[in-house]
Design a protein around this ligand. Structure first.
Ligand code: BES
Ligand code: MN
Ligand code: MN
Length: 463
């Protein structure tokens, strides 16, 4: 494994070029106009898996976007690593805020990425991170360093809630059987501070619709006498959190896992600079639930956020109108033990109960998923920790993330294996935002670190 660094250095330009080719295909899972691009991307992933050394790879149809599956089985008695990732990306809007087109990747240097970063939708989330695994496999097969079996499951619906992946897993349990699941779809703290994600938040996503009068009305003739759905919706949303920024939905916190003093103290040891945090996103102050630090608010505490809100007149100039309808999309990030379906029901019941008689309210649940937290006393985590030590010369810090990968808890339940979240992105890489990017250094470091995981995991499995 000594020559992995050299291999990465020698093949750097090709590794970048191949990722750039993949990033050019607009695999937007949310938009049905991009169905062909989804298939084209799945085919490209399959081709890359075969070229990297998989014995077989296939495109598996689902009721939604296809899953790409590939494997290299060298010996049935050896352990099997299952790599999961996603080839779909978020829609790139708003397009005018991109400095270069989202599907025409360019490499640019930045303060955080002096070696350059690849700017494109999906660069970090998750094509770039998924592709690190393909290139790590290439290294291992070309250099006779693959110590165990490997399977790849790369899906195309993560960004829209992995609706059909549960179905796919249930129907392919034997095919997907493994000893550990390896995922790079999260982040790390900083270049000199590697970290492994040990927790993810769950999610409940709902849309609400408030209806007042049966048509838009003249806001002079009717204003003051008829409920304005946008005014009402604003009040209802405002009442969902109190002056301490606690969520007011009855029962919301009942199952929230409270961390011990010791666990919280351990979390506070992670390097974190609040001034730098504020500066990077141009805010004068942080804001959140009383009694918790910024790191805690964004990882171990549940949240409620409006993601979008609309209704009435939003065109140019002014139009005097009392709208008939108001809408909002609301997400709740959940923590371990909170059940997303139960929380969705609690939200629905509460939201309907606080609506005044003058309007009708409809709550439409979207997707969701359970949170996840994993202990670190298993060989998967320990092998990952040693892998970072080998490539970074430093022991990684276990870190709980605020993001969600809903399928992770399902993996644990259905496939009964541990999930290792080896992410190489930075929080500042603008995933889901305009100008998403992935550091060239991060990409190459990921490729360098992954083979060590295979080595240590295989060795530790024999012990
Ligand atoms: N890769 C992200 C999740 C993530 C990013 C976790 C960074 C931890 C650190 C994933 O693609 C994602 O965006 N998930 C969605 C949920 C999904 C149901 C759309 C999210 O977290 O909003
Ligand atoms: Mn992702
Ligand atoms: Mn994402």
């Amino acid at each position: 494994m000594k020559d992995i660094k050299k291999y990465v250095e020698e093949n750097k330009e090709r590794f970048l070029g191949e990722l750039i080719d993949l990033l050019k295909i607009p695999s937007i899972s949310a938009d049905s106009n991009y169905k062909d691009s989804m298939i084209k991307t799945a085919e490209a992933v399959k081709k890359n898996l075969l070229e990297a050394g998989c014995d077989s790879a296939e495109i598996c149809e689902t009721p939604g976007h296809p899953v790409v599956y590939g494997e290299k089985i060298i010996d049935k008695n050896l352990p099997t690593v299952l790599v999961y990732g996603h080839y779909d990306v978020q829609p790139p809007d708003p397009l005018d805020l991109w400095n270069s087109p989202p599907f025409e990747p360019v490499i640019k240097e930045t303060e955080i990425h002096p070696e350059g970063a690849i700017y494109a939708r999906g660069a970090c989330d998750d094509k770039g991170q998924m592709f690190m695994h393909v290139k790590a496999l290439e290294y291992m097969t070309k250099n006779n360093e693959l110590p165990c079996n490997v399977k790849f499951m790369i899906e195309g619906e993560e960004e829209v809630g992995s609706e059909h992946l549960g179905w796919f897993i249930e129907n392919n349990k034997e095919k997907l059987a493994n000893d550990v699941i390896l995922i790079s779809d999260t982040g790390m703290i900083a270049k000199d501070t590697p970290s492994i994600t040990t927790g993810l938040r769950g999610l409940s996503y709902v849309e609400v619709e408030v209806t007042g009068p049966n048509r838009d009305l003249h806001s002079g003739l009717y204003g003051g006498a008829v409920a304005n759905p946008i005014n009402i919706l604003s009040k209802m949303i405002a009442s969902l959190t109190d002056e301490n920024n606690h969520i007011t939905i009855p029962g919301f916190y009942d199952k929230v896992e409270e961390l011990s003093k010791e666990e919280r103290a351990k979390m506070a040891e992670a390097p974190y600079d609040e001034e730098a945090y504020k500066k990077k996103i141009d805010i004068d102050d942080v804001y959140g639930e009383a009694g918790y630090s910024t790191l805690e608010r964004a990882s171990i505490r549940p949240t409620l956020d409006v993601n979008g809100m609309w209704g009435g007149y939003i065109g140019e100039g002014a139009k005097t109108v009392l709208p008939s309808k108001a809408y909002a999309k609301i997400s709740m990030r959940l923590v371990p033990n909170q059940d997303w379906k139960e929380i969705t029901q609690l939200f629905k019941k509460h939201f309907e109960s606080i609506a005044p008689e003058a309007v009708t309210v409809e709550v439409k649940p979207h997707h969701g998923g359970q949170g996840y937290v994993t202990p670190i006393d298993n060989i998967g985590y320990q092998a990952a920790s040693k892998a970072y030590e080998a490539s970074f010369g430093k022991t990684p810090i276990p870190q709980r993330s605020g993001g969600s990968i809903p399928i992770v808890s399902l993996f644990e339940k259905e496939l009964k294996s541990k999930i290792i979240l080896m992410g190489f992105g930075f929080d500042t890489d603008a995933i889901h935002s305009p100008n998403e990017h992935f550091g060239v250094w991060n990409y190459l470091k990921g490729i360098e670190t992954i083979p060590w995981f295979y080595k240590y995991f295989t060795e530790m499995s024999k012990e």
